[in-house]
Design a protein around this ligand. Sequence first.
Ligand SMILES: C[S@@+](CC[C@H](N)C(=O)[O-])C[C@H]1O[C@@H](n2cnc3c(N)ncnc32)[C@H](O)[C@@H]1O
Length: 263
Amino acid sequence: MPYLSDYPRYAWQLINGERTNGELRLAQWRERDLAAHLDISAPLRILDLANGRLRPQYTILRGAGHQVYGVDIVNRPALNWTDIAYQAARWIYKWRLRPVNRIASSETLICGNVNWLPFPEQCFDLVTSIAAFEHFLDVPHVVSELYRVLRPGGVVWVSVHLFTSPSGGHNVSFTEIPLQRVPDGTDAWDHLRRRRLPFSVPLNEWRRDQYLEAFGRRFSLIEHYPAAYEGEALLTSEIAAELADYDREELICHAYVIVARKE
Ligand SMILES: C[S@@+](CC[C@H](N)C(=O)[O-])C[C@H]1O[C@@H](n2cnc3c(N)ncnc32)[C@H](O)[C@@H]1O
């Protein structure tokens, strides 16, 4: 479980810019990968799939002048103290991200399930999604929805938080990116081994090659690569032997990027 000290630590990471710097890095990777495939200097129609409560990439892309839509089950009116806390966090994000364009209030955020996208066919140039695919319980269905809503020549840029990574069970500290330590009484990669720590969010438990196969069935894969690593120091020879069914890259990569085009 996350440590209690994670919450003030997270607030400090918000204020000091550590969190938003990570988001800006993702946006830079995306821009670099898309440069040869889309004209990102012109305003594009973009779907940020599972935009999240903090809406970081939605904010960055709208701030860059694109027409961005977000679909997430959390896109609903603020009702309780948690929602109000997230509203404050979003304000800090926006202040830190310093978008070039003024961002109007969010009429393009839709409360919905990614399994049924409320958009007509071929209406997006780009779909992006960060740290969300690992939560989708019917990935092939979501991939076929993306295929439907993208125009021919449109591109998907997805970063998956791999289940096989040390933090892939989503039940360790969320303030350590990359993860440095595991909760007392458990071992690294507990979620692939003894499962002492319960999961608190839905996880499909997919492996890297399953995603590649699912995207490859519908799209042309442009490229895919491990974007960020964690836990090299935690991977002892005993653990590596116990987890011999997984390759080293799967075990120590926490952000895996897939870029694919609809032909
Ligand atoms: C770890 S968060 C990532 C959010 C955001 N992309 C970011 O990088 O901050 C995963 C998000 O996926 C959303 N999500 C999970 N399953 C979903 C589904 N079936 N339909 C819509 N949203 C979903 C959750 O509500 C959550 O906001």
